[in-house]
Design a protein around this ligand. Structure first.
Ligand code: PHE
Length: 343
């Protein structure tokens, strides 16, 4: 009997040792230590033995059970440790690998320039006014001193939708609408950014659609020197403190007098070079004092109020500021171009 128990122990420990699977190990525990196991089986014959033999057998069977249980526990411990190790290996993250990187969008260069100009004028106390891109002839032309048949309408070749509706050729109609809202009372101090449309053949310097920022100031005792001072600040803030502006006489139907405004050439600083065609200056915008007819039509007393207006082409400013050689770059969305101007 004792021999039989030793054999059971030996077999059990051998099986436990060669077992490599937790599930199998649990089965082994049931197999050897469970109620129907070989030890329990062997003990059944105990009832035929005398008391001393029973004691001895009881002792040995307990020893055998303990030994098997210890072996199983030890094996379970090492198998579980192995399992954890395997899991760690399979879930290993190499934090030293280079990251994949992300593509971030950014504001388009043209909008960056528009926002810069807006900020500048907001800083000088201007409000931003906006209006429709599909506009009435009335606001786009007539209220700006351009009655039907006026030859100066040809300056802005237009896309008409009906006889009365067109794609606005400038943002001046927003100024007309804003003036009407003021019902003859000053002051008015606005800039009007937005898309405008003209019938042009697209090339390096022309685009049938472009971005304008027009400004309008109406108040009492407004003079041409207010206009000049304002545009001087604008040019210096945008292009650099060492830049100068100059006024050249010009013509716009809605301003009188009218001027073209030039800024000293960045390349030659006014000396004259091929970039500025030896003039030392580069044209940046058109401006003037609001024509009395325009004030009258918008309900302002032109004896009490005066005003100035200016029209900035955003592309032109961006072209000069960033040395861009083709206006179409703003609209063809070539990412090689766009990405150069991520802020
Ligand atoms: N509206 C003019 C244009 O688009 C620009 C401008 C505005 C000129 C205000 C003078 C004064 O051509």
């Amino acid at each position: 009997m004792l021999e039989q128990l030793k054999l059971i122990k030996q077999n059990a420990i051998n099986e436990v040792e060669t077992c490599n699977d937790i599930k199998e190990l649990i089965e082994l525990r049931v197999k050897y230590l469970g109620k129907k196991g070989p030890i329990q089986e062997a003990m059944k014959s105990m009832k035929d033995l005398d008391i001393e033999e029973r004691k001895a057998l009881g002792l040995v069977s307990n020893e055998v059970k303990d030994a098997i249980s210890v072996a199983i526990d030890a094996k379970q411990g090492s198998l579980e440790a192995l399992e954890v190790e395997k899991k760690l290996q399979s879930e290993f993250i190499d934090v030293s690998l280079p990251a994949r990187g992300q593509n971030h969008g950014h504001t388009h260069l043209l909008n960056q320039v528009v926002e810069e100009i807006e900020d500048l004028f907001i800083g000088m106390g201007y409000d931003i006014a906006e209006g429709p891109e599909v506009e009435y002839d009335h606001y786009n032309f007539e209220m700006l001193n351009l009655p039907k048949g006026h030859p100066a309408r040809d300056m802005q070749d237009s896309f008409y939708i009906t006889e009365e509706l067109l794609l606005r050729t400038h943002t001046s109609p927003v100024q007309a609408r804003t003036m009407l809202k003021h019902e003859g009372k000053g002051p008015v101090k606005i800039i009007c950014p937005g898309k405008v449309y003209r019938r042009d053949d697209d090339d390096a310097t022309h685009s049938h659609q472009f971005m304008q920022i027009e400004g309008l100031v109406i108040g009492e005792n407004i003079t041409m020197s207010d206009l000049k001072g304002t545009l001087d600040v604008f040019a210096k803030k945008l292009f650099g403190e060492n830049r100068e502006i100059r006024f050249r006489p010009s013509f716009f139907p809605f301003t009188e007098p009218s001027v073209e405004v030039d800024v000293t050439c960045a390349k030659c600083k006014g000396e004259g070079c091929p970039m500025c065609k030896d003039s030392g200056y580069i044209e940046i915008l058109g401006a003037g004092m609001v024509h009395p007819n325009v004030l009258k039509m918008a309900g302002f007393d032109h004896n009490k109020y005066q005003g100035f207006a200016f029209g900035i082409g955003a592309e032109r400013i961006a072209i000069l500021k960033y040395g861009i050689d083709d206006i179409r770059q703003f609209y063809t969305n070539d990412m090689r171009f766009n990405k150069q101007f991520s802020k």
